[in-house]
Ligand binder design. Structure first.
Ligand code: CP
Length: 310
């Protein structure tokens, strides 16, 4: 059945199709009438086993704006706390005949595990260090609206690449669309096999910024660093923080992006995050609702033609 477990399973034309589909929802969401009844009668379950602000709310808003009934599973007060397994939880949701299930989980591969057990499309809202496909799609839509084309576009992704599902999905998505992707991190926060992903690797942030058209900053994921090297925030900002001075090294119209949540004053300074002309951070959130509407619509509505969609 159809689902969205990662960017890895998508062909470039499928990514482009989802971006095109999202454009109509960007327009609608900016108007006074923000609801259509396309998914009327359908039930979407959001099961978030890890914290979220943007992804959870935007999936909820997306489902409701398409007319679906959206239920958020309250994991903290659920039977997961009594020891129910992930698979038993998935089978329980399946028995309630959901039309789509959206999952966030701290373990890489947990979403695929659930997708293999249920009858409806499963959408990955972030699984461990693996993928966060809708984040990459909303980032691509944000970039496309500002820059139009991806071919040869220099995108610098800087931060905790090792633990970041956002980095992984973005690398797959941007490389698939033809961008020139650069990644920058301290050696301890760079995956050993990163070069196999077709990116250029930097450890010197100033060098990685030179000529960049897009600068995407990521936070240090302390929750995934137990027992590992943790740089001090002060030292990290000195070497890898995006300051106004550093931004000068990039192209004069370079976009600044961050998936959130931000650690202001660590990986990004406030005067960069809030830069009126350059920062795309609130636009990313806006695109997130539109992209999630497109994904829910394409994956659930019967009879949609989408060549090669597995
Ligand atoms: N970007 C992102 O996934 O944010 P949340 O963790 O708040 O959903």
């Amino acid at each position: 059945h159809r689902g969205l477990t990662g960017i890895a399973g998508l062909a470039p034309h499928q990514i482009w199709f989802l971006l095109d589909e999202a454009e109509q929802w960007v327009e609608m969401n900016r108007g006074a009438q923000k609801r259509v009844e396309l998914l009327s009668g359908m039930t979407i379950i959001n099961a978030f086993f890890e914290n979220s602000t943007r992804t959870l709310l935007s999936f909820e808003i997306a489902g409701k704006r398409l007319g679906a009934d959206v239920v958020n599973m309250a994991v903290a007060t659920s039977s997961v706390k009594k020891g129910e397994t992930l698979i038993d939880t998935a089978m329980t949701l399946n028995a309630m005949r959901a039309d789509a299930i959206v999952i966030r989980h701290a373990s890489s591969g947990a979403v695929q595990l659930i997708a293999d057990k249920v009858d409806c499309p499963v959408l990955n809202a972030g699984d461990g260090q693996h993928e966060h496909p809708t984040q990459a799609l909303l980032d691509a839509l944000t970039i496309r609206q500002a820059k139009r084309a991806f071919n040869g576009l220099r995108v610098t992704i800087c931060g905790d690449i090792l633990h970041s599902r956002v980095a992984r999905s973005n690398i797959l998505c941007l490389a698939s669309l033809g961008a020139d992707v650069r990644v920058c991190a301290p050696p301890a926060l760079m995956p050993a096999d990163i070069e196999q992903m077709g990116v250029t690797v930097f450890h010197d942030f100033d060098a990685a910024l030179k000529g960049a058209d897009v600068v995407m900053m990521l936070r240090l994921q302390m929750e995934r660093m137990e027992g590992q090297f943790i740089p001090s925030p002060r030292e990290y900002r000195h070497l890898y923080g995006l300051t106004l001075d550093r931004l000068e090294l990039a192209e004069s119209n370079a976009l600044v992006m961050h998936p959130g949540p931000m650690n202001r004053g660590v990986e990004i300074d406030s005067n960069v995050a809030d830069h009126v002309e350059r920062s795309m951070i609130t636009t990313q959130v806006e695109m997130g609702v539109a992209i999630r509407m497109a994904c829910l619509d394409v994956l659930t509505r019967k009879g949609r033609k989408m060549e090669g969609w597995a």
